[in-house]
Design a binder for this molecule. Structure first.
Ligand code: FE2
Ligand code: FE2
Length: 286
């Protein structure tokens, strides 16, 4: 029996987890993104969603592993799992340090996400949960693409924390199609993934903004017009990260969409070259 290829990644794409360490403790205690409470809280709020979210992503992909015949896609599932597992470890460390240093309540930040995941396990089929992962991987991949292709996203940020975010963005770029290809291989439909993107985009912003507001409230800046004006400008005007990713977000609704229609591997190699030049080594990269 011949096995049809199910992976649609570029032929020479190889990836795996990198062992990295980031010295972020001192910076996390402060508004590490150029002194802006809003933008710092925006990134911190996303980090707080990652450990639980990435566990959900891994589980939803690995659930279908036995149904995948293509050895290449099976290898990519293993690499996806390994990368997301290291992201979970780094962001868990980030989140625990952040909460300790700034006296935040980690359980409170994770509460809504835990409840929604319990709902997803109770009410949704495994394929719908995988569609949710495909949607979230699209959101992370397009944000990573924007961050890696524009210096202004992390301009003024603490260099070590910026490095952590860029490392995560690089690996999200490398494995951006794994969940998508598994979803196609197990018969996932266009309408399932379209619905999933709408729903997951809503919850991604709802949870991020909720966490951001909790942090601003704790800092006594929830009602600061200056912070909100600066945050609005950062998200929608200059650099305008959400404005810039809107077209890429929309492209997911095309019937024939595939994440590798945008071949952005050069962003990974540029980052690798910069790491070498600055003497930062990655052990264990494929
Ligand atoms: Fe990740
Ligand atoms: Fe991912």
């Amino acid at each position: 029996m011949t096995t049809l290829p199910q992976s649609q990644s570029p032929d020479d794409l190889e990836f795996g987890p990198r062992r990295k360490s980031f010295d972020i403790e001192d910076a996390l205690a402060s508004d590490w993104h150029g002194g802006s409470a809003f933008v710092t809280a925006w990134f911190n709020a996303m980090s707080l969603l990652f450990p639980l979210g990435e566990k959900f992503f891994i589980d939803s992909v690995v659930h279908f592993e036995d149904e995948i015949d293509d050895p290449r896609l099976r290898d990519e599932i293993a690499a996806f799992r390994a990368q997301e597992s290291t992201h979970r470890v780094q962001h868990q460390k980030y989140n625990e340090l952040l909460c300790k240093l700034r006296d935040y309540d980690l359980d409170r930040f994770e509460k809504n996400e835990r409840l929604r995941m319990a709902w997803a396990y109770r009410e949704l089929s495994a394929r719908r949960r995988l569609a949710g992962t495909v949607a979230n991987e699209h959101i992370t991949a397009i944000m990573a693409h924007d961050m890696l292709s524009h210096d202004d996203v992390l301009i003024g940020a603490d260099p070590q924390i910026a490095n952590l975010w860029r490392w995560h963005g690089v690996e999200e770029t490398e494995h951006k199609a794994v969940a998508f290809d598994v979803f196609l291989a197990v018969g996932g439909s266009v309408s399932e993934r379209r619905q999933a993107l709408l729903l997951n985009t809503f919850f991604f912003f709802k949870d991020t903004m909720r966490n951001l507001c909790i942090m601003l409230q704790k800092e006594g800046k929830l009602w600061s017009l200056r912070e909100w004006a600066h945050g609005f400008k950062y998200l929608f005007v200059k650099p305008g990260i959400l404005r810039r990713i809107f077209g890429a977000w929309l492209s997911f609704f095309r019937k024939d969409f595939h994440p590798w229609q945008v071949d952005n591997r050069q962003l990974v190699s540029e980052w690798e070259r910069e790491q070498e030049e600055s003497g930062q080594t990655s052990q264990g990269a494929a």
